[in-house]
Design a protein around this ligand. Sequence first.
Ligand SMILES: Cc1cc2nc3c(=O)[nH]c(=O)nc-3n(C[C@H](O)[C@H](O)[C@H](O)COP(=O)(O)OP(=O)(O)OC[C@H]3O[C@@H](n4cnc5c(N)ncnc54)[C@H](O)[C@@H]3O)c2cc1C
Length: 323
Amino acid sequence: MSTTATLLDLRTPAAFGVEIQQQVSLAPYTTMKVGGPAEYFAPVTTVAALIRLVRWARSVELPYYLLGGGSNVLIADAGIRGLVIYNRCRQVRVDAAPCCVFPVDDRPFLFAESGVALAGLARQSVAEGLTGLEWAVSVPGTVGGAVVNNAGAHGGEVKDNLYDAMVLDEQDEIREIPADELEHAYRSSSLKRRLAVKAGFGPVVLSVNFRLAYGDAAAIRAQADAYLAHRRRTQPSEPSLGSTFKNPAGDFAGRLIEAAGLKGTQVGGVQVSTQHANFIVNPGGVGAASAGDVAALMAQIQQTVQARHGVSLEPEIQMVGEW
Ligand SMILES: Cc1cc2nc3c(=O)[nH]c(=O)nc-3n(C[C@H](O)[C@H](O)[C@H](O)COP(=O)(O)OP(=O)(O)OC[C@H]3O[C@@H](n4cnc5c(N)ncnc54)[C@H](O)[C@@H]3O)c2cc1C
């Protein structure tokens, strides 16, 4: 798989504090626990290092791929060619609204770097008595992945409270983009489209500001607890990528899959969850299944649902790497 390894001088990133490893298995870094190696792999913990690393990769024409929580990506068994940047930039801050800019609106800002876990951020906001992110207390993944995908649950979604995002754009400019310019829609954004167009050299979310409000702390906590309890009751706890397929208009992918008799169907080490039919689970974890098993089971589900219901199911998860 390695095409670029011998040509790269890895001393430059080392000089600004980023250690690049080679042929690192990515399965442990995804929630499905499958997938092959990254040709190059670099964890980053500061936004300054993230910016320098992306600029360096662009300068040497090395395709890069941002990995957050790995909770929405099915990585091919053959792995990812180029540089996988494992985002661990995790600073969080609550900022008062500056009264010279917002004289009659004192709702605070919640600043988060893009590698912050969304669920942890939501729990922190709940603990601070802030309302707006309760829906996110059980959604896996990072803030960066959530902004790209417009993650949502329980009727809430990222776009409801996002104020702006700091992005390193394709022209190497750092831009503060107002939320409405990100064109968030159902599990998508302008960033997601730009990532697809500029594969390997797309925009990078560095940090975001949510705008939240203070509310009744006990009521906020009760709502968040109810969402958590609902998720524990209704979704499997084994490794998965969450919902495999998007809900078709006016219906639910899980209902269609269950009605097609597919609950419990197995391919290799993975199976259609017996608890929630839109989840494919990998009960054995790392080493017990392959990305190929997941892809084969997805194809079987799509064919069966098409034959039984005449509905074409579209994947919600993203297949990345060398398929
Ligand atoms: C058990 C389970 C339950 C789930 N429930 C929900 C749910 O209720 N609602 C929901 O919306 N989703 C849900 N998901 C899916 C997933 O949690 C979301 O899509 C999440 O927002 C993905 O974030 P991530 O950090 O894991 O992204 P990754 O999977 O790491 O990456 C996803 C995409 O975003 C890109 N990306 C990541 N970070 C950046 C960045 N900083 N800059 C640019 N691009 C970036 C990646 O390159 C990739 O293309 C669930 C998943 C699981 C496993």
